[in-house]
Unconditional design. Structure first.
Length: 456
């Protein structure tokens, strides 16, 4: 737990301190001339130290995955001149997270046997993931605006009789984002129909995996959502993507990269999970490309060694959904390495996908909790704190200081790699400063403002 250190009262400069803790909100009370001892509020244990692609340690406890960083306290020092005594609970802008969950047929395969539709429902990726998601979102119900939708449809092409509303932009099994949404998501999730074994290999009947359409529809919904706060997609898949048909994987993956990059361009970051099973058939470089594209990083085309992205065009030029996406991308439509839906570079970015073992419930819980630790808001709004507006004189920002995990964050008027007040009541972290705060291991952030720059 971080400790709040005050200068001598005689200096009468330190007036406003905000400390954001990892284990839920905290309240600081005080009397004139006395500094109170912080006491932790409710909240779960640490989310663990796992990182993307690893098992990690820690995880949830009876208190739930305490991802932290969503609540803290502003305390106005009563000995600081014009400032008034008070204690206010402060919450940064709440993030919105759309869970985009694979509902393809492979999610219902047995994890320990060979049936396409497992008679033991608990022995499936679908069930283990559902249990983990429902547990995590219940613990974070009041701290994150969760939405839910699935990657789902049956093949409507060639008169096969399937239905895939995602193609026209209609979200499948949708629960719109909201606070305290866990019960509504659970009701939808629990009520979804199980596939039928006899239809599991029949075109027009079997469950497909139209990931690009689901990501595009979720992006559109998030762009239309005017609620303040950062927006995210958590994309969870167990294998190859398609266009609600049996198209070539290389084509659908290229379209998915393009959709993820379009989401990032709309200020929506995507966190990628590849659920590992014995049937997992999505090439590792493709999953890496999804993670890089969702993070807005340099993305490498997943093609055979010695080839460039022209190989995608060569294989996909006759696939009509891919051609449609290529035209919409604005990229060249004649053969060449840039005639692809995604935008590719020679080197890959640093972000890696999460790769939990679908059969390991603890790993799923830990990595979901770790992922959600990274959605902490980098925007802090002082406009309405328990009905009281706390404004800052932006001409004196050089007198203030901010620390993340004890390390000073530089004031950066250029909004590149530091902090700045974008209005009299809104403070933002940018670049590496925001990255440092979103690190799952970052639990404490301190905002220290002298009294003379506070306008009540």
């Amino acid at each position: 737990m971080a400790q709040l250190a005050y200068p001598l009262a005689a200096q009468r400069k330190f007036a406003l301190a905000l400390v954001v803790f990892a284990a839920g909100s905290m309240t600081l009370g005080c009397k004139a001339g006395v500094v109170a001892t912080p006491s932790p509020g409710t909240g779960g244990a640490g989310a663990g130290t796992g990182t993307a692609g690893t098992t990690g340690s820690g995880g949830s406890s009876a208190g739930g995955p305490g991802i932290g960083g969503f609540a803290g306290t502003i305390m106005i020092n009563p000995d600081a001149g014009a400032c008034q005594q008070g204690s206010y609970t402060f919450e940064p802008k709440i993030p919105t997270v759309y869970l985009v969950v694979d509902r393809s047929g492979s999610m219902f395969h047995c994890l320990t046997a060979t049936q396409n539709v497992c008679p033991n429902k608990a022995d499936t990726s679908w069930s283990t993931l559902k249990t983990a998601i429902e547990s995590v979102i219940t613990q974070l119900d009041a701290q994150v605006r969760f939405g839910f939708t699935t990657i789902y449809g049956t093949d409507p092409s060639n008169n096969r009789g399937g239905m895939c509303p995602l193609i026209s932009g209609t979200l499948a099994d949708n629960v719109a984002p909201a606070l305290n949404n866990a019960a509504a998501i659970k009701a939808k999730y629990d009520g979804l129909a199980w596939p039928i074994e006899s239809e599991s290999s029949t075109s027009g009947k079997k469950f497909e995996s139209p990931a690009m359409y689901a990501i595009t529809a979720a992006t559109k919904a998030l762009m239309a959502d005017t609620t303040p706060g950062d927006k995210y997609i958590i994309f969870l898949t167990d294998g190859q993507e398609d266009y609600c048909d049996d198209a070539l994987e290389i084509c659908a993956s290229d379209s998915t990269v393009g959709a993820l990059q379009a989401a990032f361009a709309a200020n929506i970051r995507t966190i990628v999970f590849g659920l590992q099973t014995t049937q997992f058939n999505l090439p590792g470089p493709v999953l890496d490309a999804f993670a890089n594209a969702g993070a807005g990083e340099s993305t490498v085309a997943s093609v055979p060694s010695g080839l460039d992205a022209t190989a995608i065009f060569d294989q996909c030029q006759g696939v009509m959904p891919w051609r449609t996406d290529l035209t919409a991308s604005g990229h060249p439509t004649t053969r060449g390495p840039t005639a692809v839906v995604g935008t590719y570079m020679a080197t890959a970015g640093m972000t890696k996908p999460f790769k939990p073992n679908a059969a390991d419930q603890n790993m799923l819980l830990t990595q979901l909790s770790t992922a959600l630790a990274g959605v902490k808001s980098c925007t802090f709004d002082l406009n309405n704190i328990n009905g009281k507006a706390i404004k800052v004189d932006r001409n004196q920002l050089n007198k203030a200081s901010i620390k993340v995990e004890g390390t000073t964050v530089p004031l950066d008027p250029n909004s590149n790699n530091g902090w700045f007040m974008t209005s009299d009541t809104t403070l933002e972290l940018f670049g590496s400063a925001c990255d440092a705060w979103r690190d799952p291991d970052a639990k404490n952030i301190e905002f220290n403002f002298p009294c003379e720059i506070i306008v009540e």
